[in-house]
Design a protein around this ligand. Structure first.
Ligand SMILES: NC(=O)c1ccc[n+]([C@@H]2O[C@H](COP(=O)([O-])OP(=O)(O)OC[C@H]3O[C@@H](n4cnc5c(N)ncnc54)[C@H](OP(=O)(O)O)[C@@H]3O)[C@@H](O)[C@H]2O)c1
Length: 304
């Protein structure tokens, strides 16, 4: 069995990745309490003791608005730490699988962004995530960087759970309708990650040869659910699905508003839609339409 070190194992994606790979690989899962990405020595020590074949970096500073006031910490976690993981991966001969974000773009493009489009982040979070990508590339390790978007799931801090929570106390919710993107469930990202490492699927174990095959395609890939919507469209779909699945809770009246009517500390791109065509053509894997991920995530809610 190959050995996989997972960081951020209590986050949305980390929880699902550790679960998805469990059994098919020997998973060494660390959360912040045992592997703090702000602690360079600890990163090196944990990687060296685990001697992994693959490092899946699920940890990140993801509080987009808070990052505007904590740029140093965001940079340490999102930019410096991935570089150290890259150096350690190179030293260990491991593949580094890392997640990045649609927020590396400024959102001014018409149509879906591809991997060759120029980046221009408009927030501290986006800038630090882009620096993290560059640090990994610079380290010279074998890597696959998956840029995903609008991550949500049945636990953690995310838009779906925020909507359902607010609905308990409010009759009306005002939701931004002029930012487009693809809500991508943490579960779907984890499944894609497993499929990438286990493309042949011919045994119950992920083989080293399969990891080498993936590593042969080192690079950056867009990896979001198919389709697109706005936050308002996503909110409508969340309450429709919750009603359909009879999840306990109220359905508020939804009002579409503009970004200008909902000022936040961090700017966000108006167009966050990414094309995952390169991922599909290189590895033959893709994430299904965002509505499928939503059905699955709502089913996993208590009462769903
Ligand atoms: N969430 C999104 O909408 C979104 C969109 C695009 C891309 N992504 C990317 O997808 C990846 C996974 O995100 P996610 O949605 O799973 O985020 P998440 O739920 O916020 O999980 C991130 C995890 O990282 C941990 N973490 C934060 N600082 C750390 C540190 N110094 N040391 C170790 N762990 C630390 C957090 O631990 P604590 O709970 O202790 O803080 C949390 O468990 C990230 O790379 C993120 O940038 C996310």
């Amino acid at each position: 069995m190959i050995r996989v070190l997972v960081t951020g194992a209590r986050g949305q994606v980390g929880t699902e990745v550790a679960r998805e790979l469990g059994g098919r690989a020997e998973v060494v899962a660390h959360d912040r309490s045992t592997l703090d990405l702000a602690n360079a020595e600890q990163i090196a020590a944990r990687v060296r003791e685990a001697r992994p074949d693959v490092i899946v970096n699920c940890a990140a500073y993801t509080a987009v608005d808070r990052a505007e006031g904590e740029p140093d910490l965001a940079r340490t976690v999102n930019a410096v730490a991935p570089g150290i993981l890259g150096e350690e991966a190179k030293r260990a001969g491991a593949l580094l699988l890392h997640y990045s974000t649609d927020y590396v773009f400024d959102g001014t493009k018409r149509g879906a962004y591809t991997e060759t489009d120029g980046t221009n982040p408009v927030s501290v979070y986006g800038r630090t995530k882009l620096e993290g990508e560059r640090a990994i590339v610079q380290s010279g390790c074998r890597h696959v960087i998956l840029r995903t978007s609008w991550v949500y799931g049945p636990h953690g801090a995310n838009f779906m759970l925020t909507m359902l929570r607010l609905a308990a106390t409010r009759d009306e919710l005002r939701v931004v309708d002029d930012q487009r993107g693809a809500p991508t469930s943490a579960r779907a990202i984890a499944r894609l990650t497993r499929e990438l490492l286990d493309r042949n699927g011919d045994t119950d174990e992920i083989a080293r040869r399969e990891v080498d095959e993936v590593a042969g395609h080192t690079g950056i890939y867009h990896a979001t659910a198919a389709g697109e919507t706005t936050w308002f469209g996503f909110a409508q779909a969340i309450f429709d699905e919750a009603r359909r699945k009879r999840v306990p809770g109220r359905s508020p009246r939804l009002v579409a508003i503009t970004t200008a009517e909902y000022p936040t500390p961090a700017r966000r791109p108006a167009n966050s839609v990414l094309s995952s065509a390169r991922l599909q053509s290189t590895f033959g894997v893709a994430i299904a339409d965002w509505r499928r991920g939503l059905e699955e995530a709502v089913s996993a809610l208590p009462g769903g």
